[in-house]
Design a protein around this ligand. Structure first.
Ligand code: NCD
Ligand code: ZN
Length: 344
């Protein structure tokens, strides 16, 4: 196998955190991707245009000027998001959409939405102004099996929402099931999904391989092999509705390796290399570029990037940890090999 040069990709779903953590992880993303949608689940959440623009300034300040990188922002929807906030976001520019976290679904989602119906006026204004709705697609009812939460959300919340707002563009984030693939590929125009490396590479056995593996715990949780295979097959067939979103979600080692560990897998250190591994293993490397560098930009109505990156098939060993402010961070594949390397 030889080197692969592709149009510079974008990461349509990443968590960069804030403060010292931001400074520690953002360079990994900026070294690979030209742009990224930076998730707004800080504490307190990035729920206003003013907060998003201030966060964007902090992200830019945390990066060396030599790294050309554009943070794209999204607003955290709450039960109280006013319709006027959508107008402000549109007028400001740089805010591409709004993120729907069902309250309690994941890390820092307590301020999220309890009843999506109450936001119908907001969704309608988003459709009018062209802002995209990014969705964490899981129900939070503790009575629903954790492996069923995505499928249940699609049936009970997302499908009706997409029907109520036929012009609203929607991205179902980090899909993990056959049900999600079927929904997205069969949906009306304007519905798409992001796919993470972990949901392509691993099934739920990886959570329990030889013991409990907190660094493989994310939300949506890894699913059964049939689900992984269905997501992978759809990505390999290639669809403009399926594009790259790492969901790289760093937590300090101590927050993962504890009695009640946080959800989130850090993958930004190999945010394109892990996908190259997936596509190469399937003999479909030519499908990587459209997935990583074309479909997302096209969906968001942005130009494809001008530059390129080059990946070489040279295995490298991932360090056991990276600095993360005052605490260490354990990356995906810590102490193990990744088959592709980014050429500096
Ligand atoms: C994310 C985080 O840590 O912010 N965690 C995760 O498991 N993916 C939140 C999210 O995207 O659900
Ligand atoms: Zn996420």
């Amino acid at each position: 196998m030889k080197a692969l040069t592709l149009r510079r990709p974008d990461d349509w779903h990443v968590h960069l955190r804030d403060g010292a953590a931001l400074a520690a992880v953002a360079p990994f993303t900026a070294a690979r991707f030209a742009r990224a949608i930076v998730m707004p689940n800080l504490n307190p959440p990035v729920a206003t245009t003013a907060a998003a623009l201030a966060y964007r300034t902090r992200i830019r300040a945390a990066l060396p000027a030599a790294l050309q990188f554009e943070p794209l922002m999204t607003l955290y929807l709450t039960d109280g998001t006013p319709v006027e906030e959508i107008s402000r976001a549109k007028a400001a520019g740089g805010v591409l959409g709004c993120k729907l976290y069902p309250a309690g679904a994941t890390t820092h989602s307590d301020a999220g939405v309890r009843d999506v119906r109450r936001l119908d006026a907001v969704f309608e204004h988003m459709a009018e102004t062209g802002l995209v709705l990014q969705v964490h697609g899981e129900v939070t009812d503790p009575a629903v099996d954790i492996f069923e939460r995505e499928a249940r959300f699609i049936d009970t919340v997302l499908e009706p929402l997409a029907a109520r707002h036929p012009r609203l563009r929607i991205v179902l984030e980090h899909i993990s099931t056959r049900a999600a693939v079927d929904f997205v590929l069969g949906a009306r125009a304007g519905v798409a999904a992001t796919v993470t490396p972990q949901h392509l590479l691993m099934n739920r056995n990886a959570l329990f391989a030889g013991g409990l593996r907190p660094h493989h715990y994310c939300l949506p949780v890894l699913k059964a092999e049939q689900d992984r295979a269905a997501v992978l097959a759809a990505v390999l067939r290639g669809s403009p509705r399926l594009f790259l979103g790492t969901d790289s979600a760093p937590h300090a080692r101590a927050a993962k390796e504890t009695a009640c560990g946080c959800a989130g897998i850090f993958s930004a250190h190999a945010g394109i290399e892990l996908y190259a591994e997936v596509f190469a293993a399937a003999g479909a490397l030519e499908k990587l570029e459209p997935f990583a560098s074309h479909y997302g930009a096209d969906f968001y109505g942005l130009p494809r990037n001008a530059g390129t990156i080059t990946l070489v098939p040279e295995p490298w060993e991932v360090p056991p940890e990276y600095p993360f402010g005052s605490a260490p961070l354990v990356p995906l594949r810590a102490g193990e090999c990744i088959a592709w390397r980014l050429e500096p």
